[in-house]
Design a protein around this ligand. Structure first.
Ligand SMILES: [Zn+2]
Ligand SMILES: [Zn+2]
Length: 150
């Protein structure tokens, strides 16, 4: 999503509307970002103001079921002379949107806050049913390790 800012450089008050879509794909995550806003000249510098409507499809960090969620955020920055997303007079808005998306992104997504996750032994989704596994197996291993250390 490239925007040529040539027409607003040195043109105080001039603006260019931003409207478009950027897709971000990562392992286990697909996001669709819809941008609306403007790039404008304020006091001689290039500014960006945009609202981003963001739909995310990912999986629960604990139980791996699909999760669909929204993560609206806004972009507000001044484009500096050393801005890596500015190539000549072409502003790579997709690049800027993606950077802002990653800083708005939480560390993990859960299907719901108290998701019980999967049984580490049999893989049963513990939100749906319980299993008969002994969940203290890790403690048994630790006990064995302690014996070894003695
Ligand atoms: Zn879950
Ligand atoms: Zn189990």
């Amino acid at each position: 999503m490239n925007i040529d800012v040539k027409s607003i450089i040195g043109n105080e008050g001039a603006k260019i509307p931003i409207s478009g879509k950027v897709d971000v794909f990562e392992s286990n995550l697909a996001a669709s970002l819809k941008l609306s806003g403007k790039v404008y000249n304020f006091s001689g510098s290039i500014n960006i103001d945009a609202d981003v409507d963001c739909d995310i499809e990912t999986i629960c960090d604990r139980c791996l079921v699909p999760v669909k969620t929204k993560l609206p955020f806004s972009i507000s920055e001044v484009v500096g002379e050393n801005e890596v997303s500015l190539h000549g007079t072409i502003l790579d808005m997709g690049d800027i949107a993606e950077k802002n998306f990653y800083s708005a992104l939480p560390m993990k997504f859960l299907c719901h806050e108290d998701c019980k996750g999967l049984c580490p032994i049999c893989g049963t989704n513990l939100n749906e049913k319980n299993c008969d596994c002994k969940h203290d197996i890790i403690d048994e291993r630790l006990a064995a390790l302690k014996k070894l250390l003695k």
